[in-house]
Design a protein around this ligand. Structure first.
Ligand code: ADP
Ligand code: MG
Length: 274
């Protein structure tokens, strides 16, 4: 192939945004000539590299958009350390069927048991599978909705948090939420109900959500919608963060377990009763 044709081909690649085709073109042509490769295989091979690269870029873009606080995968999760966790249920969740059905996942347990890690791992898989994900702590979410409320832009904020196929709300219950905050969360959950999946992590049992939200009625209304189609993972183990310290003998008392009731285990709730 003469230089002019090659230059034209490269310019056309630029025009179409086929940067991988352009990068691989010269070597692919050489290889094809050397091995007598047929036209179909030649084209398939060139396009394959382009498609793979574009998928990786889009996936990376979705991961950036999601704003995960850190990236941890399910392969990095030590199930042996957390025997209360059913691997089969996690495996089922990783198929993302819950996303397709707009089901929610509520991960309960004391600090350090891997709630955020699991939520992120599921979120990462969703991003890789082409889904839009957004991660927020409960506090950030309430702050943002509250700002929207004050600035007369609540609708916009609700639309923003309702849009992702998967919304992860982390650390629900670490800080108390006032009445307005509770009301705003209710509006968001009601909006996402049966439309988009939510993953919530919390160190508080369902029976304590009324206390967190300062309003038993709103808490019941939120839980009613959240739990209608949902999976509850109740992690009962010890903090992974403190594992090393315990190993080194720096701690000797077991970390206080999150107060879980039988109702939490089966996914029902009774506000205000433990
Ligand atoms: P939680 O959200 O329950 O407070 P995190 O998910 O933030 O806890 O976990 C705390 C740290 O310990 C993270 O770095 C996480 O990756 C790690 N971790 C927790 N549980 C496990 C586990 N079973 N296997 C591997 N790493 C874990
Ligand atoms: Mg956490």
């Amino acid at each position: 192939m003469n230089d002019l044709t090659m230059a034209q081909l490269e310019a056309n690649c630029d025009c179409l945004g086929l940067d991988q085709v352009k990068a691989n073109l010269a070597s692919a042509l050489e290889e094809a000539a050397r091995t007598n490769q047929n036209y179909r295989d030649f084209l398939a091979q060139l396009l394959e590299a382009q498609v793979t690269c574009q998928q990786e870029r889009r996936s990376a873009g979705r991961i950036r958009y999601a704003r995960f606080p850190y990236q941890k995968t399910i392969d990095q999760f030590d199930f042996d350390f957390q025997p209360s966790l059913d691997r089969k249920r996690i495996k089922e969740l990783l198929t993302l069927r819950f996303l397709a059905h707009g089901e929610n996942v509520i991960i309960l347990g004391p600090p350090g048991v891997g709630k955020t890690h699991l939520a992120i791992a599921l979120g990462l898989v969703a991003c890789q599978q082409g889904e839009c994900v957004y991660f927020s702590t409960a506090e950030e979410l309430v702050t943002s909705l509250r700002e929207g409320y004050t600035d007369n832009r609540l609708k916009e904020r609700l639309r923003f948090f309702a849009k992702p196929k998967l919304l992860i709300i982390d650390e629900f219950g670490y800080l108390p939420i006032d009445r307005l905050g509770a009301n705003l969360i209710f509006q968001l959950i009601a909006r996402r109900y049966e439309e988009g999946a939510v993953i919530i992590t919390s160190n508080r049992s369902y029976s304590e959500w009324g206390e967190v939200l300062g309003d038993n009625v709103v808490a019941a209304a939120i839980l009613d919608r959240l739990l209608h189609h949902s999976v509850t993972l109740n992690i009962k183990g010890e903090s992974y963060r403190l594992r090393e310290k315990r190993k080194a003998g720096l701690l000797n008392r077991p970390v206080e377990e999150c107060k879980m009731t039988e109702q939490d285990r089966v996914g029902t709730f009774q506000i205000g009763e433990n």
